[in-house]
Design a protein. Sequence first.
Length: 230
Amino acid sequence: MEKYRDDKRLNQSLLKNFLVHDYEIALEKAKEPSTPSMALGSLVHGIIELRGAVPYNYEVSPYPDFRKKEAREWKAEKQAQGITIVKQDELDQALAMASNVLHNSTPTLKVIINSENSKREQAFYSSEHKALLDCISADGTVGIDYKTTSATSIEEFTRDVRKYHYDLQAAHYMNLSYVTDFYYIAVSSAKPYPVWCFKCSDSFIDGGQHKLDKALDRYHNKMENVLNVL
């Protein structure tokens, strides 16, 4: 994961920014700090990847807060070790959300995401781009991306799909990987943590490719202008 994060090639998140923002703003957006919802999503992803186990780099705080010196010293020591500190209720929520994904996805996807033979966190690279797929079936044909969402209905999540340009992301992933079918599995952060499975149709991918081409045009035009100035 560190190798992927440190690589400077274009990922889907940056391409989404180029689609809707000027170049400078897009780069600033990419530097924005993680939000609590993003932190929850990372933990849920990690638990799903480990098929229900808690990742080693998470630990529940034994202290109610960090006002006392002993608690602050404990926190500093854990952070120095690369440990992410969470509250018990945050871990319980993430475990419940991940469990619903693992057990309540459609039958075909449930087999894939629970199989020890599936490939997890698979990175793909081209000369200019990179992609990180959450899960790929053992035969390499099905790609899956997990989404945590505040949506409480499939209709609301469908609006998120449009708002956050998941079609561009799917097109980008399918361009770089060898999968022939791509799915999103979304889980709500609101109880009872419902799960929705979304297969990306050909028309959905085509729409995403159109957005992807537009984003790349904006990026390349900016790069040409920079070179002309130099």
